[in-house]
Write a protein that binds this ligand. Structure first.
Ligand code: PLP
Length: 374
């Protein structure tokens, strides 16, 4: 089965991991700080590594001070973790609808839902296309809310030359194998605000504070540390950070290949009836994580099944988050975000990843053409 996404591991990646395994450090050694510095070079803001994209969101919400009594506004067109990690901290999640064109959070929909209890607004850079952060900031700033970007799809994307990582107050990344680069499991939180980043860093290290300047009792001794707020162990090991730094050296290649495949799909599918292709807004230079087409005329399920029967592992991204029973049981109802639900009903992600050959891509296109009858 041809997957919709997969990792690309080459000899340089293997060598980096082997070197880490033979070093003095398996976890929390020099490769963690190196990978964090390497992420900063791409994201434009200092970063803290964590164990995955889900724990990155958990740490970002903790850093934003999200707790019970707070509301967090986010998109339903995302992986469940964008919302569930806020709910687990006690917040009420409020779903705002998306824009038809990009499937990204609609700033006008967010504006209509902001209240005095809104602690954070979390956008998702769907498929690698950055959300409308400048418009969202005009809503979050007067409300005193933290603007969060779930950039699990979008490391390496830019808007008017500004990298994803600098567009929101806190930005989270995932390094799962299907994403733009991988550390097996892994993730990171970047922030343009040192106070928020420090809080995320402390949260991912069980809340342990060692900096003498921050200790309540700094004279106890060299072994001493304090816990001021509860945290979890979300540390990403040195061995995996070695893989991450090696993968980041290949990021420009990854981006070029994904853009090449995107341009080919755009061209080869342009005249296929019953299909809508993804768009790219002016000023956006995306790292294309997904190639999401829309299958019209109620044929999405049929196309999904016939592509799978032909050995092509197309995917659906995403089930509207509030459809999950855990939200349904809290009173969320279908129909709440109609633009997102229509998008969901039509969406199909075609294979796109670094090692996808042009020949494999041609087979995807021919199979899809055959099904849609052109
Ligand atoms: C993958 C993903 C996550 C979660 O990342 P993991 O590393 O799998 O935990 C969160 N949000 C979005 C949008 C994602 O695509």
């Amino acid at each position: 089965m041809l997957p919709y996404g997969r990792q690309s591991i080459d000899a340089s990646d293997v060598a980096a991991v082997v070197a880490a395994l033979g070093s003095d450090w398996l976890t929390t050694g020099p490769r963690v700080r190196q990978f964090e510095a390497d992420i900063e070079a791409v994201a434009g803001a200092p970063a803290v590594t964590v164990t995955n994209g889900t724990t990155a969101l958990h740490a970002a919400y903790a850093a934003a001070g999200v707790g019970s009594g707070d509301e967090v506004i986010t998109t339903p067109m995302t992986f469940v973790a964008t919302a569930s990690t806020a709910a687990m901290l006690g917040a009420r999640v409020v779903f705002a609808d998306v824009e038809d064109e990009t499937a990204n959070l609609d700033p006008a929909a967010v504006e209509a839902l902001v209240t005095g209890s809104t602690r954070a607004v979390t956008a998702v850079d769907y498929a690698g296309h950055p959300a409308e952060y400048d418009a969202l900031r005009k809503v979050t700033e007067p409300a005193g809310a933290v603007l969060i970007g779930d950039a699990a799809h979008a490391i390496g994307s830019t808007v008017d030359g500004r990298p994803v990582g600098t567009l929101a107050d806190l930005t989270t990344f995932s390094f799962f194998p299907t994403k733009n680069l991988t550390t097996a499991e892994g993730g990171a939180v970047a922030s343009t605000r040192p106070d928020l980043l420090e809080r995320a860093r402390t949260f991912r290290s069980v809340g342990m504070v060692k900096d003498p300047a921050r200790l309540r009792r700094p004279d106890e001794g060299g072994w001493f540390y304090e816990v001021h707020e509860f945290g979890l162990n979300y540390r990403l090991p040195d061995v995996l950070c070695a893989l991450g730094s090696s993968q980041l050296l290949r990021l420009a290649d990854f981006k070029a290949r994904r853009q090449h495949l995107t341009a080919r799909y755009d061209e080869l599918l342009a005249d296929v009836p019953g299909l809508r292709l993804p768009v790219q807004r002016a000023g956006v230079d995306p790292m294309r994580h997904l190639y999401p087409v829309r299958v019209l005329d109620g044929r999405r399920r049929e196309v999904y099944e016939r592509m799978h029967a032909a050995g092509i592992g197309v995917q659906v991204n995403y089930i509207p988050v509030y459809w999950h029973p855990v939200f349904e049981d809290l009173g969320y109802r279908r129909g709440m975000c109609p633009v997102a639900e229509t998008f969901y009903a039509e969406e199909l992600s075609l294979p796109i990843f670094h090692d996808l050959t042009d020949a494999d891509q041609d087979r995807v296109v021919e199979t899809l053409r055959g099904i849609l009858g052109s």
